[in-house]
Structure formats: C-alpha cells, structure tokens
Design a protein around this ligand. Sequence first.
Ligand code: ADP
Ligand code: TYD
Length: 204
Amino acid sequence: MEDQKKRGLLIVIEGIDGTGKSSQAKMLAEHLRSIGEDVLLDREPSDGPFGKILRASMTEGRLAPDEELELFHKDRRQHVSDVITPALKRGCHVVLDRYYFSTMAYQGANGFDVEELRAINESFAPAPDILFILDLDVEAALTRIGARGDQANEFEQRDALQFCRDVFLSVKDETYARVIDSSPSIESIHESLKKISLAEINKK
Ligand SMILES: Nc1ncnc2c1ncn2[C@@H]1O[C@H](COP(=O)(O)OP(=O)(O)O)[C@@H](O)[C@H]1O
Ligand SMILES: Cc1cn([C@H]2C[C@H](O)[C@@H](COP(=O)(O)OP(=O)(O)O)O2)c(=O)[nH]c1=O
C-alpha cells in the first residue's frame, strides 16, 4: 500500500528587507507546531555550503553578479533536493523565509531578466502552496531596519528596494499568492498568516 501520508505544504514568505519575514516565519512555525503540525522553519540563502558563502559575501564584500546568481541557484538546487522535497514528502510543512521570488527581485534589480530567472527557478523548484507577499513602502521598511547609510547609498538602496517590491507584487495574481499589508502590528499580521495557513492545511 503506497504511503498515503499527506504531503506537507510549502509556505513561503517574501518581501523586501524589513517587512517582517523572519518574525512572521518564526511565529507561524511556532503556532503550527503548537497545534501538532510537523513543521520545518527554513530560509534562503540556506544554511548549506553555498548559502554560507553567500551570507559571508554580504558582510565581506558582494560577489560579481554572475557568480552570485550561480551560487543562489546552486544553493536552491541543493536545498530543494536535500531538504525541501524530502520534508514535504514525509508530510512536514516547510515555512520558508525567502525563495526564488527573491532571486527574481534582487538579481532582477542587479540587471538579470526577471521572467528568465522565474523560468530557470521553476524548472527545478516546486511552486509554493502559499506565498505570503509582505508588502510595505520602502521608506517604512528602511526605518524598521534602521538603514541609515550615506545619502547616495540610500538613493541607490531605495531604487533597488522599490524594484524588488514591484517584482514581488508582480506575482500577486497567482492562485497561491496572498499580499499582506505589513504596516499593521506584528501580532495582527500573524493572525492573518495563521488563518490563511490553517484554511489551506484543513483543505488537505
Ligand atoms: N509589523 C511590524 N511592525 C513594526 N515593526 C516590525 C513589524 N514586523 C517586523 N518589525 C520589526 O522590523 C525589523 C525587521 O523585522 P524582520 O522580521 O527581521 O524583517 P525581515 O526578515 O523581513 O527583514 C525588526 O526589528 C522587527 O521587530
Ligand atoms: C534568497 C535570496 C536572497 N537574496 C538577498 C536578500 C537579502 O538582502 C540577502 C540575505 O537575505 P536575508 O538573510 O533574508 O537578509 P535580510 O534579513 O536582511 O532580508 O540575500 C538575494 O539577493 N537573492 C536570493 O535569491
């Protein structure tokens, strides 16, 4: 008898820096576990070898765009095959802080073609069951992360973050996508994510 265990849900949380992804992912995972669901809380770049190189480059100095993109794809291929797919197959939900929509956004802002990036990633990475797009204007997001670089840096940063925000919103009509206004309190946003996630889990 084929194992009839229900496949887990891939729940992805995306948004520009400061929209509350990490806070919401942690709270959602903790809530689902508290009601007996098997949940893996994870993130991209992942904690695998390629992800580690990427995270190091964020403090030690950005890699060349081509090299950086190649590493994000290598990291995701390994993350999907070694972590995400096995977890979903054993019925474990995966709550993921960033996924390939961040590649579309941030490497798109770096000059790569957004739709091409989407096609490459969707050739090997499963689409989410739910994609929460945490949306917030760039000024409010920058304030939250206390990003006060020099003026020039801020202008560049603002433009790039606005580009990213627009890319995230560009997938809002997908059946799996939910745009969540991230200006309310952390708790009220958590209530929205909890309600939507439980409705999907109960559909299975
Ligand atoms: N809804 C919210 N209202 C006010 N502050 C928030 C909210 N969500 C997150 N924050 C704060 O903003 C900062 C960034 O939150 P974080 O969860 O790390 O966002 P991200 O992972 O999207 O960068 C943290 O200091 C966090 O406490
Ligand atoms: C997953 C992913 C992240 N990123 C970027 C977004 C972040 O600036 C950085 C690290 O992600 P993260 O740790 O989420 O940083 P933050 O908490 O500040 O948002 O990696 C990409 O450029 N491409 C990607 O595919």
